[in-house]
Design a protein around this ligand. Structure first.
Ligand SMILES: [Zn+2]
Length: 82
């Protein structure tokens, strides 16, 4: 393994664990395009218990674990993904 910036062989490899929180529910784009009119339509169609459930049940989030290996140059500090 050789550093791309300075050409040094003194490079260590680290395993980096990154956690992204993603909404398991609808995203922002969905709300912009559909949510603002779909929700009132839903109100007309669905019963009040369903509406209350939607309010009181929090949106679930799921954690997405990504394991990334990164190389760190010990000479110049350059970090890059492998
Ligand atoms: Zn370097």
């Amino acid at each position: 393994m050789r550093c791309m910036r300075c050409g040094s062989q003194n490079v260590s490899i680290q395993v980096v664990n990154e956690v992204d929180l993603k909404n398991a529910h609808n995203g922002c784009f969905w709300w912009l395009c559909i949510g603002w009119w779909w929700i009132p339509v839903k109100w007309l169609c669905l019963t009040i218990p369903a509406l209350l459930a939607k309010i009181f049940i929090p949106h679930k989030q799921r954690a997405v674990n990504k394991t990334r290996r990164k190389a760190v140059c010990q000479d110049c500090g350059h970090v890059w993904n492998i």
